[in-house]
Design a protein around this ligand. Structure first.
Ligand SMILES: O=C(O)c1cc(=O)[nH]c(=O)n1[C@@H]1O[C@H](COP(=O)(O)O)[C@@H](O)[C@H]1O
Length: 272
């Protein structure tokens, strides 16, 4: 099954639009992990196991692993665990790759073969040939930055490029020319709900990854109102810190499960 079909199946069976972001920061881990050499893996495993039933996807962020000695091995082990324990939940590797074709080939091998991710986040700035090694992998998802969640998103993404803002050109180009294999999705920040509405109007039913609820202050209700498709799906709404660090005590996994369930329920109610 390809990434988009996996996601559609998961939206249906779990009835959830929630993506659990796995951004492990050892400085915020519960005390029990302090001298644990396997903490990166073990903390994420516990969070994933506690929240899987509420999730339509997982999104590990590669920088939180690669920043540490042995971190990439921890990420590899985590992906293997997610695939074995939660095979129905698609995994989006957040790596925001993009480079000349020959280098991009290596990045595609890294994301899809080394780590075994179902999808990867990509930066479209370098153009079509930089995306080609990923687009070619029809069974895997290519999730392109379109309008990001951070304040600086306005610096370039909203510049006029001949009668329309750049982010709209990106949305139309990817939904049209780049999506021949039907494996594309876009990133749109929850902090820009009006732009989200415009993008949904441009891309039909294409899945949208929405970071920025929770710690960045995005409004989950506005996201669903402006971004859901007619059948109440189409969204992968990510929360990382709001779930991972719901408690720094011994109850970190239970607290994460509670935070995930609450956000899933809020997203469900927003559809009604
Ligand atoms: O591609 C992303 O996932 C992403 C795009 C974007 O525009 N903004 C954004 O915050 N992200 C990622 O989404 C996550 C947000 O984390 P929290 O703010 O803790 O929920 C981080 O892993 C970011 O790297």
């Amino acid at each position: 099954m390809n990434f988009i079909d996996m996601l559609r199946a998961r939206w249906r069976t779990a009835d959830s639009l929630l993506c659990v972001g796995l951004d492990p920061d050892p400085a915020r881990f519960p005390a029990a992990f302090r001298d644990d050499g396997e903490a990166l893996f073990a903390f994420c495993r516990d969070i994933a196991d506690a929240t899987a039933e509420y999730a339509c996807a997982f999104k590990p962020q590669i920088a939180y692993f690669a920043a540490h000695d042995g971190g990439e091995s921890a990420l590899q082990r985590l992906l293997a665990h997610l695939k074995a324990a939660h095979p129905d939940v698609p995994v989006i590797l957040d790596a925001k790759r993009g480079d000349i074709g020959s280098t991009a080939e290596q990045y595609a091998v890294e994301a899809f073969d080394r780590f075994g991710a179902d999808a990867v986040t990509l930066n479209p700035y370098m153009g079509r040939d930089s995306a080609e090694p990923f687009l070619r992998r029809a069974d895997r998802g290519c999730v392109f930055l379109c309008h990001t969640s951070n304040p600086g998103a306005r610096d370039f993404q909203e510049l006029d490029v001949g009668g329309e803002p750049l982010y709209q050109r990106i949305a139309r180009t990817i939904a049209g020319e780049w999506n021949a294999a039907g494996n594309c999705a876009l990133v749109v920040g929850a902090t820009f709900p009006e732009e989200l509405k415009v993008i949904r109007g441009l891309v039909g039913d294409m899945p949208l990854l929405i970071p920025g609820v929770g710690a960045q202050g995005g409004d989950a209700l506005a996201v669903v109102r402006n971004g859901a498709t007619a059948d109440g799906t189409g969204l992968v709404v990510n929360s990382s810190r709001g779930i991972l660090y719901a408690s720094s005590g011994e109850d970190y996994a239970e607290a994460a499960a509670r935070a995930a369930r609450e956000l899933r329920d809020l997203l469900r109610r927003a559809r009604d």
